[in-house]
Write a protein that binds this ligand. Structure first.
Ligand SMILES: O=C(O)CCC(=O)C(=O)O
Ligand SMILES: [Fe+2]
Length: 239
């Protein structure tokens, strides 16, 4: 078997224009097979290694659901840092388009380093990438990952386990709330190694009288059996 392409090459080979168009249309878009099964297993295997993490959250204690997650500490593992920096510029282009349409003045710089400098200067210096672990009966309530004044509008989650093999149930769910309408739910089908990019809190939707803002939340339905791991990449750091 030949070695997998470098992450840089894999990212360079993607069609970012159609990815951006998909995000504009749906508020989410999947990048299929961005990670190899071996990389997924390596990332999931970090979970018990406490030295990589700055904090450990038991979701039930906070009313967030059931299951647990750990926020990485700096320095991030190489693969996590490469994914965060490599995905950022493509998402920043989409985010800037969204802000223009929503008449929000903020524009995001072209590199993650520059954006993180802004976060750190604003007192948001704690890293937000995280690993999540779910067992039978666990779930993640609908939420928005806002950690301070500065919030990058898009984030990415990687499914590290194989549905049907490693776990059953545990589907990634997005909801959107349009003005004066009831909430609509969407299940995003993911395989091991797929990434889903989605809006953190709101996104523009084109209507008859111009763009309006739709409020988005994400979560995970109940895991029926087995164990499910995900890597969450949030671009803003936390207060
Ligand atoms: O486990 C999941 O698929 C969702 C993870 C999540 O909430 C996140 O990455 O922000
Ligand atoms: Fe989340």
């Amino acid at each position: 078997m030949s070695a997998p392409a470098t992450l840089q090459d894999r990212l360079a080979a993607r069609d970012w224009a159609s990815f951006g168009a998909e995000l504009d249309r749906h508020g989410s878009a999947v990048l299929p097979g961005l990670l190899t099964a071996a990389e997924c297993r390596e990332l999931a295997a970090l979970y018990p290694q406490e030295g990589h993490f700055r904090s450990h959250i038991h979701m039930a204690r906070h009313g967030f659901g059931q299951g647990e997650y750990r926020y990485f500490g700096y320095p991030l593992p190489d693969l996590v840092a490469e994914l965060r920096a490599g995905l950022y510029p493509h998402l920043a282009a989409v985010a800037n388009g969204w802000n223009a349409r929503m008449e929000i003045g903020t524009r995001y710089p072209g590199t993650l380093d520059t954006f993180l400098q802004q976060c750190h200067a604003a007192g948001q210096a704690r890293p937000t990438p995280l690993l999540l672990q779910y067992g039978p009966g666990d779930f993640n309530c609908l939420h928005q990952d806002l950690y301070g004044e500065l919030a990058f509008p898009l984030q990415v989650a990687f499914l590290l386990s194989e549905p049907g093999g490693d776990f059953t149930g545990g589907e990634f769910v997005l909801t959107e709330q349009r003005p004066r309408m009831q909430s609509r739910a969407e299940v995003v089908p993911l395989r091991q190694g797929d990434a889903v990019a989605f809006a953190v809190h709101h996104r523009p939707v084109r209507g008859n009288r111009g763009d309006y803002r739709v409020n988005m939340r994400h979560g995970v339905s109940t895991v029926r059996g087995g164990r499910r791991h995900t890597l969450g990449i949030i671009f803003h750091d936390a207060t």
